[in-house]
Design a binder for this molecule. Structure first.
Ligand code: MLT
Length: 408
């Protein structure tokens, strides 16, 4: 008799975004001809930058010629890309990251989930609430939790509430976690963490021999010069932190697929006898066993993001999305909503009026304004009464959506 992995049976519901997609598709089917504006999932709408496309084509052409054809590449990513990342994403900001510590992959969603596999199930995991659902769901799948309670919290997870009161940056919990997920700029609240706030967490992890899983997928949207883009801008972070980065939002790669994870050589975890084990070594073992690398043309396209022309073009698209974010912030504030985020992140976190439950607001917007956003409670119990708008839509759609909400 085949037995299932029973940890999967503990999962509360379907994954958030397909669930939203299902509800929207039902609406579209029963209301043919209605134009629905999607500002739910953070999926980009603008095409790849011309410099990226040019390099992508060149990569494909190389694959078409016998002399330049490539089979399996290095599982960790081609040297040319890892070097470009180390230089332009880190060293240029004073964060010393070696190309040797970078693992190129096909997505941060996969990496933030898969990373759990190299850590024992005895670890106590802390995640923020609200949170990018992947961290919570993959913690459950990996067997590190008990059942979900009536309050929406899984037994065994240490929840770090993100509230307007703490500016959506968590305080230390009463129980000390071993593994701590942090995401800044934050998904879903759009908040950022200052250098001092991140330093506190690095120091905390050093003191307790904990490890920070730092998701910096939205760093490219930071406008405020004082906000760190990488955890490695904080002294000693290389001893306690893994960083996840993605080209999805930064360079429009949601459909092209490329991300990377940084695991510094200095980062150690421990076996039961207390011996230090290099985390990078275990991840390398996993990566080389389960992954054969990202396709060559995609890596070539990604490297073009760091050329002078690529940087200019990619920045122009980021600016476009951030202008959307400003528009959404301003128009919703004008309608009397309390809004957060959207200044250094592509997400705007909105308090519903009169504490309307998040899914009720979702239904109201869908049925009356034909606008889709993401219910805050889908990101965790502390998201109840909030709603997330993504700034990745076309400008015309953003303007139309705001007008429809104003007329509600
Ligand atoms: C989101 O909307 O939170 C993201 O698009 C999800 C993701 O990056 O997987």
């Amino acid at each position: 008799m085949a037995l299932v992995n029973e940890h999967y049976l503990k999962l509360a519901a379907g994954y958030l975004f397909p669930e939203i997609g299902r509800r929207v598709n039902d609406f579209v089917k029963s209301h043919p001809g209605k134009k629905v504006i999607r500002m739910g999932i953070g999926d980009v709408t603008q095409p790849l930058a011309p410099a990226v496309i040019k390099a992508f084509h060149e990569g494909v052409d190389e694959m078409a010629r016998k002399e330049t054809f490539k089979g399996y590449g290095p599982e960790q990513g081609y040297e040319f890309l890892r070097e470009a990342i180390a230089e332009h994403a880190f060293r240029s900001r004073g964060a010393s990251v070696s190309a040797e510590d970078i693992f190129v992959s096909d997505g941060s969603k996969c990496d933030t989930g898969n990373i759990q596999e190299i850590f024992g199930n005895e670890n106590r995991i802390a995640i923020c609430d609200p949170v990018y659902p992947v961290y919570a769901d993959t913690t459950v799948m990996s067997g590190k939790t008990g059942k979900i309670g009536k309050n929406g919290y899984y037994e065994g997870i240490i929840y770090l509430p993100l509230t307007a009161g703490n500016h959506f940056v968590p305080e230390f919990p009463s129980q000390v976690p071993d593994l701590i997920f942090l995401c800044y700029p934050n998904n879903p609240t759009g908040a950022v963490a200052s250098l001092e706030e991140l330093k506190k967490w690095v120091d905390y992890a050093l003191e307790h021999k904990s490890i920070l899983f730092f998701d910096a997928a939205y760093e490219a949207f930071i406008r405020d010069e004082t906000i760190p883009h990488s955890i490695y801008e904080i002294e000693n972070a290389e001893k306690v932190a893994i960083e996840f980065r993605s080209f999805s939002k930064t360079a429009g790669f949601t459909g092209t697929r490329l991300a990377y994870t940084v695991i510094p050589s200095e980062l150690m975890a421990y076996d039961k006898a207390g011996n230090a084990v290099q985390v990078k070594k275990l991840w390398n073992r996993r990566h080389t066993t389960k992954f054969n690398g990202v396709s060559y043309p995609v890596q070539k396209a990604a490297a073009a993001v760091y050329t002078d022309q690529g940087k200019k073009e990619v920045q122009a698209t980021i600016n476009y999305y951030m202008e959307n974010a400003t528009l959404i912030r301003e128009r919703l504030s004008h309608c009397g909503y309390t809004v957060y985020g959207g200044e250094n992140a592509p997400y705007i976190w909105v308090k519903t009026k009169d504490n309307m439950p998040s899914w009720e607001f979702f239904n109201l917007l869908l049925h009356k304004a034909h606008v889709v956003g993401t219910p805050g409670s889908g990101f965790g119990p502390s998201g109840e009464g909030y709603f997330r708008f993504s700034a990745f839509a076309d400008r015309d759609n953003v303007l139309e959506a705001m007008e429809r909400i104003e007329n509600l």
